[in-house]
Write a protein that binds this ligand. Structure first.
Ligand SMILES: *Cc1c(COP(=O)(O)O)cnc(C)c1O
Length: 415
């Protein structure tokens, strides 16, 4: 879908009749449960013979409005919104994998995802095999008869590597394995996962989708491209395939996992995220523009051992990134100052930025990954994740570029 259509979808409701009393915003249904008119109707809704709402842990009209919007933006068949990005990743993996199954994951992962995959899933007998995210052959070599998912991030954080999703998807489809892409750092405005062969997309809506840093949320979108009747999945998906057809995956996710784990999103947060999403396009343009300018400032300063941002022609995956993202590369960049002291000195000298462990806020945020999110990792794990001692992660906000450049140049001059 082109960028104009995405911006339009972010702004306008699909429902032809609109909301009650001509409201331009989705109403917030702060109701835990919903009444039906009769016992017969109640039975019909429970048995999926009639559409209706029962209980907010299952579904809620404000959350449905958000899910419908996500389906439009990703060109999918359906979506389930949930409490956080971590909930979304847990749900998609637990729907696909059971005890004894394996998944292959790129090794450049968000810290929370890494600890879910290495500390929680092994306790359930679900085994993760980690490969270099940009090494397509490594994904193929890791496939076994028990592999039931391939997971990658659109841009690794903080390594900033960009996997070739089309190439990975082509390997996966030969073996009948679905590809899940965590597209949090790019959003559908920059990256249309379906065009590159992904089957399932997960988002932390907490970050760029909302963009205002005021609500947690996550979502899974099924792009409708994977055949769950295939040999690898048919037994586990049988009853859902029969009953729900092309909605089998999300029906299984919602009924078997989501409801029972209690991973529902608050309707209040769904409203805030919907509201934030209205300006997704404008924000991604500014976030990306600011990041590109700061990457050049840092690169040209001669003060950094390495600057990681996919717009730079020195970036090892620059060509793949251009193919996948066009000319926008998001608001996340990293600079390596060689050691922690210099990194801290640089961060302390920066004016008008916040020291925050988040990304995708309206304000520019900086963080030293090695002493924070990754402090519990050993040397080897940090190397794999691209976390060096002198690395500073920057999440550009929406400030005017001139102000950021001034602040960055002044800080660079002092170290
Ligand atoms: C933040 C983040 C998550 C987790 O999302 P939460 O909403 O914090 O649970 C997952 N993946 C990526 C890439 C993230 O940046």
């Amino acid at each position: 879908m082109d960028k104009h259509k995405i911006e339009n979808s972010c702004l306008h409701q699909k429902q032809p009749a609109g909301y009650a009393a001509g409201a331009t915003q989705s109403p917030v249904y702060l109701s835990s449960a919903f009444a039906q008119k009769s016992p017969q109707e109640m039975a019909n809704v429970f048995q999926n013979r009639q559409f209706g709402y029962l209980y907010t842990r299952i579904s809620n009209p404000t959350i449905t409005a958000l899910e419908e919007k996500l389906v439009e933006l990703e060109n999918g068949v359906g979506s389930v919104a949930c409490a956080s990005g971590m909930a979304a990743i847990s749900l998609v993996m637990l729907t696909l994998l059971k005890c004894g199954d394996e998944f292959i994951s790129g090794n450049s992962l968000f810290g929370g995802t890494y600890s879910l995959f290495t500390e929680v899933f092994p306790r359930m007998g679900i085994k993760g095999v980690f490969v270099e995210s940009t090494d397509v052959n490594a994904f193929e070599k890791a496939v076994t008869e028990n592999t039931r998912a391939i997971f990658v991030e659109a841009i690794g954080n903080p390594k900033m590597d960009v996997p070739d999703i089309k190439a990975i998807a082509s390997v996966a489809s030969r073996y009948g394995i679905p590809v899940i892409v965590d597209a949090t750092v790019v959003s559908p405005y920059i990256f249309q996962a379906k065009d590159f062969g992904a089957d399932l997309v997960v988002h932390s809506l907490t970050k760029y989708m909302n963009g205002n840093g005021n609500a947690m949320g996550g979502a899974v979108v099924d792009l409708g491209t994977f055949n769950f009747k295939s040999e690898r999945f048919s037994t586990d998906f049988d009853i859902y395939n029969k009953k729900f057809g092309k909605f089998a995956f999300l029906a299984k996710l919602r009924k078997q996992i989501f409801i029972n784990l209690g991973s529902c999103l608050s309707p209040q947060n769904a409203y805030l995220i919907l509201n934030g999403m209205e300006t997704l396009g404008l924000r991604m343009e500014r976030h990306s523009g600011n990041a590109k300018i700061l990457a050049d400032v840092l690169n040209e300063s001669g003060k950094c051992r390495e600057v990681r941002y996919p717009s730079l022609s020195s970036h090892p995956n620059h060509e793949v990134a251009k193919k996948q993202f066009g000319n926008l590369f998001g608001g996340l960049l990293c600079a390596d100052f060689g050691n922690m002291e210099t990194a801290f000195a640089f961060m302390e000298k920066l004016e008008g930025v916040l020291h925050v462990a988040n990304i995708g806020d309206t304000r520019t945020l900086v963080l030293h990954p090695a002493s924070t999110i990754y402090h519990e990792m050993n040397e080897g794990q940090r190397r794999v994740a691209g976390v060096t001692e002198g690395l500073v992660r920057i999440s550009t906000g929406l400030e005017p570029a001139e102000l950021l450049v001034k602040s960055f140049k002044a800080a660079l001059a002092q170290i």
